[in-house]
Design a protein around this ligand. Structure first.
Ligand code: AMP
Length: 298
């Protein structure tokens, strides 16, 4: 497995691969089209990340994973500082998963030297995560676009856990006519339904015990979607949260948002359209903010 820390080194590697004379892909004759799959991450890798790596490996000749804890996308400095970072362990995990290349740039390598652009996201960034985490998508898009320009992948893999991110990245790829196929991958969950997240290891044992109620509540919304109105579904979620708070004498469960939105425009729906919609939630357990979602059908 190749590990690159400098943009110039991975650029050289990628252009070698593209010319068919990469040091890694020895058997490829010049001119043969090599497919590069790319998985951008912030490290603290878990099975969710690895599902993306495995899918990329199955669909491409070369899989590149980047690990970069992007300070620009954290609206909370404390969250950035406490974000789990264990690059050596991550590298071991990637090696054993058969990843071909890791790009591990330092902040100095990726940080913008001048003010960085705030692209038009056609309103996709104005709801949910965009509303509650000011500047989050501006930072995400700047770094993902920069990584795309460096790695030049054919396909890039994103988890549907960060559904809004997936939709915005797809929009950006279209906006800039980037020749990259964006592939959304299903949410990987723990044995009790909790969506895997790098932040889960920061949950206190008490909060970890409570956490599965998030997905349980979303499943209940899914089940009752055809019988209840949007307003009733919202009330149901609020009610389940207050029951949880009372049952666990837990002060520190706080809902950031629960929204039922169109899967394409991300605008909240009021009545139920015939196409897919998605229920998204962001909730604090103590100081840890978790997100999850379920697709809703009739
Ligand atoms: P992160 O390291 O949190 O920025 O995540 C890197 C990529 O892994 C993103 O595309 C995430 O959506 C994806 N991801 C994170 N957790 C999961 C999960 N539980 N299941 C599937 N994909 C995930």
């Amino acid at each position: 497995m190749f590990i690159f820390k400098k943009i110039i080194d991975i650029t050289e590697y990628v252009s070698g691969i593209r010319k068919g004379k990469g040091t890694d892909y020895k058997s490829t004759p010049a001119g043969v089209n090599i497919s590069i799959g790319f998985v951008p991450t912030m490290g603290a890798l878990h099975e969710g990340h690895l599902s993306l790596i495995r899918k990329s490996k199955a669909e491409n000749n070369i899989t590149v994973c980047s690990i970069y804890v992007n300070p620009l996308q954290f609206n909370d400095k404390d969250d950035y500082e406490k974000y789990p970072k264990n690059f050596e362990k991550d590298i071991d995990i990637l090696k054993s998963t058969g990843c071909d290349v890791v790009f591990l740039p330092g902040v100095d390598e990726m940080f913008p030297t001048v003010d960085y652009p705030d692209y038009d996201h056609a309103g996709l960034d104005k709801v949910m995560e965009g509303k509650y985490r000011q500047g989050h998508f501006k930072g995400v898009v700047y770094i993902v676009k920069k990584l795309f320009e460096i790695v030049k992948p054919d396909k890039a893999y994103f988890g549907l856990k960060d559904f809004q991110q997936y939709v915005i990245i797809k929009y950006i790829v279209k906006l800039f006519k980037l020749n990259i196929e964006i592939i959304g991958c299903p949410i990987v969950r723990d044995y009790d339904g909790l969506a895997l997240s790098s932040r889960n290891i920061r949950l206190t044992p008490e909060h970890r015990l409570i956490a599965p109620f998030i997905y349980k509540t979303l499943q209940e919304v899914q089940k009752k979607y055809s019988d209840l109105s949007i307003e009733e579904l919202k009330q149901l979620v609020t009610q389940r949260i207050s029951e949880e708070r009372i049952a666990k004498s837990e002060e520190l469960i706080r809902l950031d948002y629960f929204e039922i939105v169109d899967t394409e425009t991300l605008t909240p729906i009021t009545d139920k359209p015939a196409h897919n919609v998605i229920a998204c939630i962001a909730i604090y357990l103590g100081e840890i903010r978790l997100i999850d979602n379920v697709i809703l059908f009739y």
